[in-house]
Design a protein around this ligand. Structure first.
Ligand SMILES: Nc1ncnc2c1ncn2[C@@H]1O[C@H](COP(=O)(O)OP(=O)(O)OP(=O)(O)O)[C@@H](O)[C@H]1O
Length: 351
């Protein structure tokens, strides 16, 4: 079901913004290069920027409609906004920062304990922002946004101001938020790692336009959109279930592309994982390879060849291989050609 529906236009001196997408519930990443219009788009949704024309609706509630003359003020839009910098009130404690937004609504007190528990804010409640780490500030900002009773959460690069260690610290909280709070989330980012880990839906933007909207996994393994994630980042994202832990510390994982062997980590048998098979780690062979150390060889069929990438149908899934033009020519790769995709066990990464 569509949770967020956006179709807006606005002409800036440097950019013509013409954005249209529909997003289901869950995390939708707005992804694209600097200046493509991501922040302007969520600002329009939040009511901080007024488009010249268009329509914006959240859960069927119309927030903006230029034809019908609807333009709800920010306070009536019921949108929780988390900025790159937490923007907490410096003179207030964490508890008071959290309570700030609930002053405006009923029933928030009941949510307070749940949200404090979910984001582990209990030990921080009496502290002031200057005594919080960057990650703790962002957790507080997320809590405050949730306590305003929103119907939609918009997050503008919430991890961008944090160092790698703090990013790693807050990521599990964002996953928890995604899994436990039944809210659609628009998440602005230009980090492939964040998008892959958090989002199910992707809105890929370029120069004020949407060039793709749909499932993240589809975009990652598409020869046209995959490279936009970075040449070293394109590749398949597969769901997998650990079928067996082998005695030699390898595990056998069932995926839609077929069974794969990879180094075991701490997951038990039966655990669900997500695997990335990066395009530059996939080797193609026309014949089944012999005398090769790679453990994973999957029968494949070429679907598309484009810009140094080969899209492959593998089992019930799609893989992407990054291959030089020379190899494409040498192997005669073209749609319909059967081949074998070879993947080193260590090349597959959990997401
Ligand atoms: N109020 C405004 N007046 C004039 N130009 C604007 C305004 N708001 C945005 N722009 C222009 O629109 C373009 C897109 O800006 P926006 O901040 O939405 O991009 P972005 O994709 O979020 O970029 P970044 O990733 O760098 O934050 C920029 O070139 C900016 O100059």
């Amino acid at each position: 079901m569509t949770a967020v529906s956006v179709a807006i236009r606005r002409q800036f001196p440097t950019l013509g913004l013409d954005i249209a997408f529909e997003a289901p519930s869950g995390v939708t990443a707005l992804f694209g290069p600097s200046g493509c219009g991501k922040t302007s788009t969520i600002n329009a949704v939040a009511g901080l920027m007024t488009p010249e024309s268009g329509r914006i609706a959240v859960n069927e509630r119309v927030l903006f409609d230029s034809t019908a003359g609807v333009n709800l003020p920010v306070k009536d839009r019921r949108i929780g906004y988390v900025f790159q910098d937490a923007r907490l009130f410096p003179h207030l404690t964490v508890a008071s920062n959290l309570r700030y937004s609930w002053r405006f609504r009923r029933g928030a007190r009941a949510d307070f304990d749940r949200i404090v528990e979910m984001l582990a804010l209990g030990p921080l409640l009496k502290r002031r922002p200057r005594n919080l780490s960057g990650g703790e500030k962002q957790r507080t900002a997320i809590g405050r946004a949730l306590l305003s009773g929103p119907e939609l959460l918009v997050m503008d690069e919430p991890l961008a101001a944090l160092d790698e260690a703090r990013k790693a610290e807050i990521m599990p909280w964002l996953e928890r938020l995604r899994d436990e709070v039944n809210l659609p989330i628009l998440y602005v980012s230009h980090s492939t790692a964040e998008v892959v880990r958090l989002a199910t839906t992707l809105v890929m933007m370029q120069q004020g336009r949407v060039i793709y909207s749909g499932p993240v996994a589809e975009a990652l393994s598409d020869a046209a959109t995959g490279p936009a994630f970075g040449l070293r980042e394109a590749g398949a994202l597969l769901p997998g279930r650990i079928e067996r832990i082998e005695p030699d510390s390898m595990c056998r994982v069932a995926t839609p592309a077929g069974a794969l062997l990879l180094p075991a980590q701490n997951e038990p048998e039966g655990a669900e994982i997500r695997l990335r098979i990066l395009a530059h780690e996939v080797i193609l062979s026309l014949t089944p390879p012999e005398g090769l150390s790679a453990l994973n060889v999957l029968p494949a069929r070429v679907e598309k060849v484009s810009g140094g990438f080969v899209e492959l149908a593998v089992g019930e899934s799609r893989l992407l291989a990054q291959i030089t033009e020379r190899s494409v020519a040498a192997l005669g790769l073209a749609p319909g050609i059967p081949c074998h995709a070879i993947i080193k066990s260590a090349a597959m990464v959990r997401s």
